[in-house]
Design a protein around this ligand. Sequence first.
Ligand SMILES: [Zn+2]
Length: 486
Amino acid sequence: MSPEYVPLVDAGPRLRRRNNGNIPGVNTPFWYISQCDRTPATLHVKDGNLGSINLLLAGAPKLWLFIPKCEKTNIERRMKELYGPGRVPCSQEIRHYNAIISPALLEKWNITYYLDYYLPGEIIVTRQNTYHQVLNIGPNIAESVNIKFNNTPDMPAGYVWCKRGSGPAACGPHVLTASDFSSSYVEARSNMKRIRTGGTTPVPKTKKHKSRASTSLVPLNAGIAYGRFTNAHIYDRFATELGYQVDNPTIAFLTRLFFAIASPEAVNQLRQTCYLRQTGKDGHLFSKGETIIQAMEALDKIEEVVSSSSIIRRYHLLRLTERRTALVQQYKLNPAQHTRTRNGGGEKTQKVESLALQDLYYEAYNDRDPPPELQKKLKNRLYHGRNWASLAERYSVGILALLPTSRDTDLTNTQIERVKDRDFLVFLDILQQERGEFIQQMSTAVENVYVNILFNPEPVQCYQFEQVDQHILHNTLFDDRRLLQR
Ligand SMILES: [Zn+2]
């Protein structure tokens, strides 16, 4: 095999990201070489509910038997009746029987099946949850890899991964486990070898493919593919779930925001803010403040001195919003307070929201009924704090330090603050499904940035990214767990 060989089949960007693009036979191709007549691959579905693509390069045809997805439960039940339950209740129990089932038996079981064959130069695609087995009619060679469809969830719901080991409670020494399937780079098991069951001999491809897969994981500013998903995939999800026309600017904006949160650029902005604080410049901005008056004053200063992209601004806006929420809660818990005597004795029931707002006016301006321009200022700030509050509620306050608003990312605080409530909830749901685990960890990792650095009179240097060369940071991979190192 030439070291320059370029694979003909590809796992696609979402699957290639798994385990640093290094799961032989799953996201890097295997060659399947059959050296004699009538060698089989036993009945199975792919690990992790994946699909697969199989290209016959040369030799005799392969005969395929497929059992459609609608028969999945039936075939599993029949197989367990025939062979007994597996040692480990994993989702690969049928594969572990190492069995070839005859069409005659399937007919007796009244299970639908399809037969197909292909010739050199042709491709067979297997779909998720479709059981299949293969018979090589004679010697042949095929190239195959698993694939993930655009609508496949990132981790299959309800899928029970195999347990590696040779004991009675394990599936075997060469099975694929949940941690093998992890998208982490750090956890990459570069020396993992996996041998498939069946009569053909799998041949791992050259190292060439490993480096190719790794370089496809591009940093944010390269613009198209971000490891396990592409721009187009996330754009489509927003377009579908928001229900807007496909060219609605909100879709493009939320797609940019999706990739920007907790990205290497986000860490870089935080690093610059920390640097500013460490070197004492603009230190006067960073009074943590105990009262709403101080929060409002800090916002005044920030708006005068620095751009609206400030990480600090979000924190203070969040404080206003949280205070209002707390006041509303208090009124809801004490219904008696809803009724107040106003205007010379006439009783009037007021909404808890407006009572809370009056209290907030009082806390900010020492006046329950301040001049209209001051009322408007506070109301505007509450409005601008909504989405920051939703983010902080979902993750933690650390997330507010992880949104890069710069020319590079084409995002501003104001844009983010103006996203409608309903659209922002859709955004949060998709973000959680696709990147939730990583963002939760990042958010927790920098949770103390406000206390330890930004509001600390004697800031302590505590984040690894403050020590890293800026160029290196820019070239860090997307969702790279190295960003979490302390
Ligand atoms: Zn198993």
